[in-house]
Design a binder for this molecule. Structure first.
Ligand code: 5RP
Length: 234
């Protein structure tokens, strides 16, 4: 049986298709469970004849899209993407987000920036007053990653994030390696006082490839409620 949270994610996916997706569009498909519900729903529309050109933000979303009959175009062949739909780990009322819980933040940010517009889909549990309870993922190159970790700790302290604990992400006793071959450092921040500034400053560190703060991308959100309804906030 599906949980109420899954029902809410599904409702957000249905609503975003109804409100924002039109025949002929070029779409970026996000990653994570919410995006995967949306991609499965989109597959039904494609099966009924909707024509779309789609690219994805992770290998896992490629697999889901192919499974439901959505052809995937190489991002290099997309030109400007009309719209990217993706999910957050946290989103505040100004559409600032933490992403990367699924380790896909780099491809997600590239595809979001290659798009005219990004709309976020989520269930209501993802909305927060201030970002930071969810650990902030920072993608770093494998070379000298402990040196990069020290510089990340300094950047957090310089940005008034007090006493952040940083851990390299592990799964089954092995470090997680992203689709681009990098490590993820999860930073337990508590509260992030100035997300836009921190996003820029983390990316100035040489070993940092990208971080999970998305402060300039999303232009709106479609939120699924636990009662199975959904609403749009622009
Ligand atoms: C992956 C992501 C996901 O979009 C984010 O983790 C949300 O996932 P879910 O919908 O499963 O909660 O950023 O890197």
């Amino acid at each position: 049986m599906m949980s109420v949270q899954d029902e809410a994610k599904k409702a957000a996916g249905r609503k975003v298709i109804e409100e924002f997706i039109r025949d002929g569009m070029k779409l970026g498909l996000g990653s994570g469970t919410t995006s995967h519900f949306f991609v499965r729903e989109l597959g039904n529309h494609v099966a009924c004849g909707m024509k779309l050109t789609c690219t994805t933000t992770s290998r896992s979303t490629n697999d889901v899209a192919r499974e439901v009959g959505i052809a995937i175009t190489d991002p290099n062949d997309m030109g400007e993407i009309d719209l990217t739909i993706d999910g957050p780990d946290e989103i505040d009322h100004d559409f600032n987000m933490i992403k990367g819980g699924g380790a896909c933040l780099l491809w997600e940010k590239i595809v979001a920036h290659a798009s005219k517009r990004m709309i976020t889909i989520c269930d209501e549990s993802k909305i927060v007053a201030k970002l930071g309870a969810f650990p902030l993922p920072v993608e770093v190159v494998q070379f000298a990653w402990k040196q990069t970790e020290r510089m990340v700790a300094q950047a957090l302290a310089d940005n008034r994030v007090k006493g952040a604990a940083i851990e390299r992400r592990m799964r089954d006793g092995q470090p997680v390696v992203t689709d681009s071959g990098n490590f993820i450092l999860d930073c337990r921040c508590g509260v992030i006082p100035a997300p836009a500034k921190l996003e820029i400053e983390l990316n100035r560190i040489p070993g940092v490839v990208e971080n999970g703060l998305f402060t300039r991308e999303s232009r709106g959100m479609v939120v699924g409620r636990f009662d199975g309804t959904a609403y749009v906030k622009l």
